[in-house]
Design a protein around this ligand. Structure first.
Ligand SMILES: Cc1cc2nc3c(=O)[nH]c(=O)nc-3n(C[C@H](O)[C@H](O)[C@H](O)COP(=O)(O)OP(=O)(O)OC[C@H]3O[C@@H](n4cnc5c(N)ncnc54)[C@H](O)[C@@H]3O)c2cc1C
Length: 425
């Protein structure tokens, strides 16, 4: 077995390139955005499409956060099923949110086509796979709720799940044809390219250090420049670079790691994940898997690779591959990488009001590709015109945080314990 590299596959397999200078001047604009992930970039693109002058500051490089590290599942809807969303938000807002997010993959694949974003889009749907009998009951209940809002989902039995995935031991799955997969970092870079083509100014390596409000304008200072604008979006999600004045966003950082195999040989590709769907399972400590454009199996689970017990996660991922796909037992793993998911208490995203024409948007709780794009598309008109009714959710006033790191550590301890004991046979 070859030595594994701790490296992000998406950094090494990109087709889109994007780079920009740091900010070295004073700029005035309609909108200043902090954070170059899907939320910030989709807002920048949508605002620039409307002719607004937009400046986006990214502390590192485009896609440095979750947007450059994720699985690449372009899901329809949130992790929570629709009835739970309605219970938490009330049925009017809940149904509106579910409808907007149900159509969000259409927005993502539409932008990919419109702007020629080279991110290996595959729209073969997703499979939410039942890892147990009770998991299959959960799948059927999700089907009932998602089907009731008019979505074209379908329950497939164990035989069909096995035929489409080549995986062993699954009890069935929920197939969602609205969804698909992408190379996630390429999608982020492509959005940045599209936004600049529409006139937005993007500055990488330009952390926002402070945010202020003076003479009716927002002032965002970076180490060697600053931006003044009528409106402000904070889109830093689980990767905040500390800024003075801004309330820390209230979410729990949950670690999720992934590993990629060498490209599968052609004969195995005909049997393993031949349907091209993106998959995740119903286990409480969830796993995900898909193949990329080069035929690598990309598999992941909750956990952090840079702490003392991370060997548990390394061992678990090898056991998991062997259990799902016995033909791949012992296959070389060439890449391991990890990211932080911004999980909120209710597993619902948040839009926080930070002052006049200023919002923070975060907390997609593991579902940010399509939701981040759809939220950004709607944040732009709200920020520019001051009309909150276009937003997918009702914003609330910013609310300082507490004790989220402790909750993150509890998630990590649970994942490590689960990976210590699970998938042994
Ligand atoms: C491992 C993993 C797997 C996931 N899998 C999926 C999936 O399959 N499907 C899915 O839909 N979602 C998935 N998600 C969730 C999804 O990736 C995120 O919800 C989404 O990327 C969030 O986008 P964002 O723009 O809000 O934040 P981010 O992409 O995290 O971007 C925030 C950016 O803000 C920048 N920043 C922070 N502070 C400052 C500052 N002061 N100044 C300037 N810039 C700053 C950061 O550097 C960062 O680039 C996954 C997440 C992870 C971590």
């Amino acid at each position: 077995m070859s030595k594994t590299q701790l490296a992000n596959l998406w950094d090494e397999t990109g087709s889109e390139s994007f780079s920009s200078d740091a900010l070295h001047e004073h700029l005035d604009g309609d909108l200043v955005i902090i954070g170059g992930g899907y939320t910030g970039l989709s807002t920048a693109l949508s605002a620039a499409e409307r002719g607004a002058s937009v400046v986006l500051l990214e502390a590192h490089e485009i896609g440095f956060g979750g947007s450059g590290r994720n699985v690449g599942l372009v899901n329809a809807g949130l992790w929570l099923p629709p009835e739970q969303i309605d219970t938490l938000l009330g049925s009017t807002i809940g149904q509106r949110l579910s409808s907007i997010l149900g159509n969000a993959p259409e927005l993502v694949f539409g932008w990919i086509e419109k702007y020629g974003i080279e991110c290996a889009p595959v729209r073969n749907g997703t499979l939410h796979c039942a890892h147990s009998k009770s998991g299959f009951e959960e799948v059927k209940e999700r089907f009932r709720q998602i089907n009731a809002i008019g979505a074209p989902v379908r329950v497939i039995e164990a035989d069909e799940t096995a035929a489409r995935t080549g995986a062993k031991g699954l009890h069935g799955a929920l197939f969602d044809p609205r969804a698909g997969t992408i190379q996630p970092k390429d999608y982020a870079r492509g959005l940045a390219r599209a936004a600049t083509e529409c006139g937005a100014q993007i500055f990488e390596h330009s952390p926002a250090l402070s945010v202020g409000w003076a003479d009716g304008l927002w002032e965002v200072a970076s180490p060697s420049g600053f931006v003044r604008a009528k409106s402000l979006l904070i889109a830093t999600n689980a990767y905040p670079f500390k800024m003075s004045w801004v309330h820390p966003l209230k979410s729990v950082p949950v670690s999720y790691f992934q590993a990629a195999t060498v490209p599968l040989p052609q004969d195995l590709r005909a049997r393993i994940m031949s349907g091209g769907e993106g998959c995740w399972d119903t286990a409480k400590v969830m796993s995900s898997w898909r193949v990329d454009a080069d035929g690598r199996l990309v598999i992941g689970g909750m956990g952090q690779l840079d702490h003392l017990a991370s060997e548990m996660h390394h061992k678990w991922v090898r056991r998991k591959i062997g259990r799902l796909f016995p033909e791949l037992k012992g296959i070389d793993l060439t890449h391991f990488w990890q990211g932080r998911i911004a999980m909120t208490k209710e597993k619902l995203p948040k839009i926080w009001r930070h002052g006049p024409n200023a919002y923070a948007c975060f907390g997609y709780s593991g579902r940010g590709i399509a939701p981040g794009s759809a939220f950004g598309q709607r944040l732009a008109p709200c920020l520019l015109d001051g009309n909150e009714e276009v937003l997918p959710m009702v914003p609330v006033n910013a609310n300082p945080t507490n004790a989220t790191r402790l909750t993150g550590a509890i998630y990590e301890a649970g994942a490590t314990l689960a990976h210590l004991v699970k998938d042994r046979f």
